[in-house]
Design a protein around this ligand. Structure first.
Ligand SMILES: [Zn+2]
Length: 522
């Protein structure tokens, strides 16, 4: 049985309705007062779709809220009866036939959501119990931290006493450093290779035996060899040399099992394992986790940074230029006999630092703009963009579309200015659909709660909106307060500025390249 909302309410309501209408109720209540149905598992799909790994990892944040209407529209491309205008609270105002249709449609949407991607989500939920020892119901209604807790509990682990947190539970070094980001070399590159470490943080945890019971263990306190080099982290830590920690041991088992499942072609199981393997380390920095240990999180990220530094040394010794790098990946330019050189680089990483590196993609051409900002076309013809302003969804759709056009022109080696000029001309003569110029924002809080008088506050108050509502406005002159809801007061100049600001960096890089080529030709 798969209702879409609150564990307690749906079955309780069903029970109540049955009683009121003189129908025998299938709902029973457990000793703790929880409603259940005999021989049935009760899964709250709302809890499943709320999980970060489902919402973010699998569906790439396609749905913005957890309302059935939003999730269905985003994933199934269809929505509730009457587009969600009718809610459960006023459904009784409909005729009996309409009510039937309304209820049926809701139930069908929930069932369709549970079966999406050939049942991928529920299959994944079913794969996790085998790996963690929890049951399906527990898996559906809990997160990674509960899953890993159960794994460690089953290994008879003892949670760390302090976990690096002081007695008040406050995090002593709450801001432990994350991954290493290498200052990029801005410019346009061709045939740029991207190499990634396979599961970096899990790999270094295994390689260096980093676990909550191995860090500053009692048995290796005076063993010189156990000390963590100051090059990695200078905090006087040492790591056990005598026994393998629970975290690395389990990670190793999960990794071996993942390889096996991949060979068997079991995509869902390997995905479940991947989620457990890659999501494990982050829990140690969360004070709410039973096995939280800030030192583990610190040591893992520090070892990760050290690994990336070692990789840059190997790459530059082989004649590559490191154009950019972030946490677990490097962008490599040059090298003698490129493809062979990459194979050689991967073999060196394995041999010298014991790390599994993969050549994930090659950019036929790519513009490196600044840290974590780039756009390019891979050798398989795919456009890849990270963090470029033009892709952000708080921009008017017009800007997003123009940026997509810009990328297509870039891919096709066309001068992007032609389409940009045409777009600005269309804007000036009023040929752009105003709908595309609206800026839409979902309010994170109630308008009056914003400290500064920003558009969210101004327009939110004007429209009487509340947290979670989507508001919209047009850009206008600063004298008019910057934002307006009526089209007549929209300021075209603001939109021109927004468009040009979006492509400014990219255009600069392309024109520098152009000048460069001309120089070379002389
Ligand atoms: Zn030890």
């Amino acid at each position: 049985m798969i209702p879409d909302n609150d564990v307690n309410s749906d079955l309780a309501v069903l029970n109540e309705r049955c009683i009121k209408n003189g129908i025998s109720s299938p709902v029973k209540f457990s000793w703790s007062g929880r409603p259940t149905i005999d021989n049935r598992i009760h899964i709250d799909l709302y809890e499943v779709f709320r999980k970060e790994l489902v919402k973010g990892t699998i569906f790439k944040n396609k749905y913005r809220t957890l309302k059935l209407e939003d999730v269905s529209q985003a994933i199934l491309g269809k929505g509730k009866y009457d587009l969600g205008a009718i809610s459960g609270a006023d459904a009784h105002l409909l005729t009996v036939e309409q009510q039937k249709e309304y209820v049926l449609q809701d139930a069908e949407l929930v069932m369709d959501l549970s079966k999406v991607n050939n049942g991928q989500i529920m299959s994944l939920m079913q794969a996790i119990p085998e790996l963690t020892g929890l049951n399906l119901e527990q898996v559906c209604h809990s997160n990674l931290s509960t899953w890993w807790t159960r794994v460690f509990d089953d290994m008879n682990s003892i949670p760390p006493a302090s976990g690096g947190y002081d007695k008040e539970g406050k995090n002593q070094s709450s801001a432990y450093q994350g991954g290493l980001v290498i200052e990029p070399k801005r410019g346009l590159y061709r045939n740029l290779k991207v190499v990634d470490v396979v599961s970096l943080y899990a790999s270094v945890a295994i390689l260096h035996n980093i676990s909550f019971e191995t860090v500053t263990c009692v048995c290796c306190m005076n063993i010189e060899d156990a000390k963590v080099s100051a090059d990695i982290i200078d905090k006087g830590y040492w790591i056990c040399k005598r026994k393998e920690g629970a975290f690395p041991r389990k990670l190793r088992q999960f990794k071996e099992e993942r390889v096996r499942q991949k060979q068997l072609g079991n995509e869902i199981k390997q995905l479940g394992l991947k989620i457990l393997i890659n999501g494990g380390y982050g829990l140690f920095g969360n004070p709410a986790f039973k096995y939280a240990d800030i030192r583990v999180a610190e040591l893992i990220t520090a070892s990760g940074r050290n690994t990336l530094r070692q990789m840059t040394d190997i790459a530059s010794n082989m004649g590559f230029t490191i154009v950019a790098g972030d946490t677990d990946s490097l962008f490599l330019d040059g090298g003698i006999n490129n493809d062979k050189a990459i194979e050689h680089f991967i073999a060196e990483c394995e041999e010298k630092i014991g790390i599994d590196v993969a050549h994930s993609q090659t950019f036929a051409k790519v513009a490196i703009v600044k840290k974590k900002h780039y756009f390019g076309v891979t050798t398989s013809g795919e456009i890849k963009v990270t963090r470029m302003e033009g892709k952000k969804n708080d921009r008017p759709v017009w800007i997003n579309k123009m940026f997509d056009q810009f990328l297509e022109d870039f891919k096709a080696d066309k001068d992007p200015m032609v389409n940009l000029k045409a777009a600005i001309n269309d804007l000036e003569i009023g040929k752009i659909d105003p709908e595309l110029l609206r800026i839409r924002v979902t309010l994170a809080k109630n308008p009056e709660e914003y400290a500064i008088n920003n558009p969210n506050k101004k327009i939110g108050m004007l429209l009487g909106a509340k947290a979670g509502d989507v508001i919209w406005y047009f850009k206008t002159d600063r004298k008019k307060g910057g934002v307006r809801t009526n089209l007549e007061e929209m300021d075209i100049r603001k939109y021109k500025e927004m468009l040009m600001a979006t492509v400014k960096d990219a255009l600069e890089i392309l024109s520098e390249q152009h000048k460069g080529t001309q120089r070379n030709n002389h």
